[in-house]
Write a protein that binds this ligand. Sequence first.
Ligand SMILES: [Zn+2]
Length: 370
Amino acid sequence: MTPSFPSSTPRQPALIPPGVVSGDTYRTLLAACRAGGYALPAVNVSSSTAANAVLAAARANRSDIVIQISAGGARFYAGQSLPDERQAQILGATALAQHVHLLARHHGVAVILHTDHANRPLLGWIDGLVEESRHHHDRTGQPLFSSHMLDLSTESVPDNIATAETLIRKLAPLGIGLEIELGMTGGEEDGIGTELHDHTDKASLYTSPHDVLTAWKTLSPLGMLSIAASFGNVHGVYAPGNVRLRPDILRESQTLVSETLRTGPNPVPLVFHGGSGSEENAIRQAVSHGVFKFNIDTDTQFAYARGVAQYMTEHEEAFAHQVSPNTGRPLKKYYDIRRWMGAGEASVIQRLTDSFLTLGARGRSIARPA
Ligand SMILES: [Zn+2]
């Protein structure tokens, strides 16, 4: 596949140190995406091995990256035996954040560390993480997370924006950004939302540009805001014909905001949810309308699983016997956890390499060691 993005940007983007971004470095990275007309893959992880695969992919492609975790993913990251679910969600996300803070800078790329879909019942999870960021900020001058997502897409727009306002006022002093959802991403992501076939109101899958303008006018003066505006996108991968993407809705939203508030082009940092399985043409159009973050979960999970499955098929004997019944040789080196997880990681790296190309992000990292 050939990327159809301009290969030269008007001027050299500002550089930032490798590692997790927040505050000014987060703003600089978003500005670079807008000026360069590219987007970053945002990959859900729920284990250190998945996080390492994402970091390796970013390094190999010389691209910056978004690593994100859901509440369910965080619970898994903490280990499945902790009895207090909320505590496990907070501890797991904190553990991932510490893991990425420690390693990211050694990969030489910038990382946006983010939490995915938090609906109203999950606000306590975000509050717990903001508290963790406060401690981290006191010690290091940096929050734990670059941004958090609030998903109140099932509520009225005024309720959604009012709660977002309370949250962004807490996040801004710590240099943490806020992503909100307007309109509704179809499908289900880690227990939030409903399966596509159960959607009765297809109109809710398309955001109103007026809602984007209202949210932007209210919230962007208070902190770093990004908006997941839906344009028919759906979590998960469905058979062809089920999903009709209308990236023109994103263009209309940007035009309404820029004309009303007299800004430059593409003023709103937009987020593309449910990127897995989407057509390349629609992805490129969406990116040209100011999408800087492209969520890809289902495809990378499948890539990891497929890599492991292929490895296991190739070395079937080693997953049934410790010593080969045919040759009498020990099979330990084949069933070694690092071998088959490593095959999963390699497969994720390969899948993300395609994504960096489609999004125009390959070779675009703005991170340089000081
Ligand atoms: Zn999503």
